[in-house]
Design a protein around this ligand. Structure first.
Ligand SMILES: [Zn+2]
Length: 123
């Protein structure tokens, strides 16, 4: 669940992922939004508002292992992350287009309750 400071960060970024442009304004979109630390906390990045941006879950995950020097500028890091996200999305797109889309896109969606193994957990 997002906090008030998370909401302020989303608002600052117009509820848009700063890396891929994902629209986080709808309910389903908002559910995918996360806070990204431009200079990651693992690289001693701060939790101050100027180091926080809105990112979709996919971009946050894709960039989660990137390392940066503490001296790198905000713009430099944002640009490197955007490039890496664009590259990763192209790779993932090829996998989806080759393996997933041809097999699954034409199939109808099933009701949640009919999905194997979920009956006992969904109430
Ligand atoms: Zn994104």
């Amino acid at each position: 669940m997002s906090s008030e400071s998370d909401e302020a960060t989303y608002e600052k970024c117009h509820f848009t992922c700063v890396y891929c442009g994902f629209d986080g304004r709808t309910f389903d979109g908002w559910m995918q939004m996360t806070i990204d630390h431009i200079l990651p906390k693992s690289c001693e990045g701060s939790d101050e508002p100027d180091n926080r941006v809105a990112a979709c879950g996919s971009c946050n995950s894709i960039t989660s292992r990137m390392k940066f020097e503490r001296t790198a500028s905000r713009e430099e890091i944002l640009e490197k992350k955007r490039q890496y996200v664009a590259e990763s999305r192209r790779k993932f797109y090829r996998v989806w287009a080759e393996r997933v889309m041809p097999r699954y896109l034409e199939r109808p969606l099933l009701p949640l309750s009919s999905l194997v193994g979920l009956n006992a957990e969904v109430t």
